[in-house]
Write a protein that binds this ligand. Sequence first.
Ligand SMILES: [Zn+2]
Length: 202
Amino acid sequence: MLYMKDLLALSRFRFISLLTNPSRYMVDWALTWHTLMFQPTFDNSFTKENVSRHHTLKFQLFLEDLPTLESLKRTRPDLYMEILTCRSCEDHLEDFMHLFLCKKRRVKLHQLLTSYLYYLTQKIKEAGDNANCDYSSLVDRITSLPCWSFSSSNWSSYSLVCGYLPTAFLEVFETLGIPRLAAMNVVAAIHNNFVNKFRKRI
Ligand SMILES: [Zn+2]
């Protein structure tokens, strides 16, 4: 958390101020940092190299620093010609934002977000059942967040994919009596699962 303030001063994080309705998607920096540093438990199918790739991708998403074609053109102009376009749609320049808006990747990305929402709501239901509480309004609260679909003006979904996670994710678990740290671990595990799928499919 110590470095978070310095990090946020970077111009690349300016988009966070563009979240049009902070009351619906307010970034929780403690949760964001916890998730970034979270070490998920991997099964035996994960090699050391996979784990390292997973961490690299998580930080690249957070820092908007993926090796897109546009960034490769800047760093290796000897290898990447200026005329190269997106490897998927071959229709646009492939910068960081295009990864999310590319028409050939949109369906896959939407599936990943749907699965993210599914795991999150399953955990809320589980916590609700354990606490013997009615969880329906909490599930509605999460489902109605604006981050589950993509558009060029929807900064909340962009924030979610980059790992800037909303306070609502924690608040629903805390309402059900889950201690804050345990709630952070649940959310971090679900987000890491999402990053892992993003690495394989996008
Ligand atoms: Zn494309």
